[in-house]
Each structure stands twice: as structure tokens, then as C-alpha cells.
Design a protein around this ligand. Sequence first.
Ligand SMILES: [Cu+2]
Length: 155
Amino acid sequence: MKYIINCSLAMIAALLLVNTTYASEKIGLHIHDPWIKEAPPNATVLGAYMTIENHENKKFIITQITSPLFKKIEIHKSVTKDGMTTMEQRKRIVIHANKSFILQPGDYHLMLIKPTKPLKHGDLVPLTFTLENGKTIIAKAKVKKVLGSMSPKKE
Ligand SMILES: [Cu+2]
């Protein structure tokens, strides 16, 4: 199982070679390579992944994420205990001063719930991140087809 996961992570790394960064002019918080794992057209949830980089000497807290293409977005963490993987909801994402926060398959991710239309490889999904201080950052996550299973539990 470990080998399969490592193999999948290598595939993800290959997919991320094209670098896209989203930032707000006034905030030293960058969102790198946001992407969404393509799912069957009837899927009711999709996972979104990215790296959030904090270039300031203070922490940032993301309290809400919204998209016009989804009814609701939750912050989740996949947790494996005794061979069972479940997803726990988190209320916020804390990005500490000068640190990165990684959302990746099998770990922290955004759970995009109830798409308003089917999404396919290449589509761009606008995401608005709201910080605790009221500021917002807008990013566009690209839908990508990924072959094989990236985590034991299907999302
Ligand atoms: Cu989830």
C-alpha cells in the first residue's frame, strides 16, 4: 500500500510542473497550483489541493472558502487510524508566519460539495478565500484527470 501511495504522489508531482500562483496585492499570502481532482459527472463531492505560502512575519487564518460553482466548501483532513481512512472537518486553516500549508490527497484538502454543473479536465473553478481579518484572495483551480486511486477512500 505504501508503494502505491508513493507512486501516486510522483504522478501528482508530475502534474504540478506547470506553476500558477494567485495572490492579493495587499497580502503576502500566495496560493500555488490550485487543482481539483476530476470525478465522474454525477459526483457530488470533489477534492481540491494546493500549497498556500505565507511570506509575512505574521500568521494568516483562512476561515471560509466559497465558489459560485459549488453549494458549499469544507476544510477536511483525511485521517488514517488502524487502516481505516476517514475525513474530519476543520473550521479554519492557519498558515504560520513565513511557512507553507499544503493541501494534498490523503491529507488536508478542500471538499467541494454539490457542483452546480459537471466539471471536466481543463475547467477552471474560481475559489474565494476569506481571511479572519476580512480580506479575500481569489484563485482559479484547474480540474485535472488523475489516473489511478490516490487515497484508499474514494472522495
Ligand atoms: Cu473530504
